[in-house]
Design a protein around this ligand. Sequence first.
Ligand SMILES: [Zn+2]
Length: 426
Amino acid sequence: MLLITSARIASEHSPDLTEADVYLADGKIQRIGKGIQVPEGTRTLDARGRILMPGMFDAHVHFREPGFEAKETIASGAEAAINGGVTGVVMMPNTSPALDNGTVIGQVLDIARRTARIPVYTSGCVTKGRHGKELAGIDGMRAHGVVMLTDDGDTTGDPAVLLRAMQYATEFGMFFASHCEVPELAGPRALNEGAMSYRLGIKGSPACAEEIIIDRDIRLAHAAGAHIHIQHVSSKLGMETIRWWKQRGDVKVTAEIAPHHLLFTDEDIGDYDTHYKMNPPLRTKADNEALLEGLIDGTFDLIATDHAPHTPFEKSQDFVSAPNGITGLDTALVSLHHHFVATGKFGWDLLVKRFSAEPRRFMGLPVAAIEEGLPVDLVLFDPERETTFTADFMKSKSRNTPFLDQTLKGSVDLVVLGGEILLDRA
Ligand SMILES: [Zn+2]
């Protein structure tokens, strides 16, 4: 039993924050109002000035189990999520073995149920071993509740196989998510092709390597009548391609944006800093600005972190050899607040919509909200208190983030899910 008083409640439906008291008991939001009578012994938390919102949901995370548990396990990934105010995630299937059949999906979901304190869902591969050639065990994965199919980490190589998968799986309500990249154009996947790649003397990956597959995969979905979701878009023209298809209105296309593609550019790589190496790569200021527009106008349905943990040893290799990706779960909510909400670029309503409500709708899950009668799934956030992302603060097993040791405005103070307080810094 918990009474949170004078919280400012954020909702996807309105930019205004309503101040109210919120009473939680038996895993439910029992009452919202003023002067609520509560049973004796109820803990009261004065939340004056703080924001109460539903838990975030990240539809793109890499939890590395099975196969790469030194980078992350399902349990440690879930703790990183809670640390950042995220109360549900969807794993990508590029583990080892890859998640391409019902047996391994069943094992992973069993580990998740036993070890993670938040719901962990998973996607499954489109093709066996993510090799792009032969259909994966779609029926077996569906039997375990998989709805999203993707060869994330790579593009599904053979478009004929992807089209067949779309024609087959769509009738069962499954949908497809695409990592977009022509491998022959992307080269060693180091960084954006442009002024920075010339300066550093590394073969870059041109934006067209991504844009070609964005268009290819939407066209395939159009032909098959499938739902296609475009993952981690990094370029302006890629965003405009999605917008054009959405405006046509004859194909179901959704898209996601990762915080790092809004915040950083290839210039940040500076002296070969591998904490700015990811795939698709960071591009330019003009891309950042266009992508932010795309987030605000709804071209991007959701924000997803592409949380990609790697060990310090791996990330300390030279720029070309180091693996792609950065962690995102510990830092996403605070960094989005610091850079966008606190600066007035967008409001809490947009953040809640794109990082909590839409990702759950997209997965066919009930939407979390601060409303009477709903199950408790909430975050209390202090917009004034600062967070310093020290190695100790991070709950991910890995520390590969550009935010390491940075201090940003905002703090995840409390996370409650059902009847359980998952995090308490209040
Ligand atoms: Zn990817």
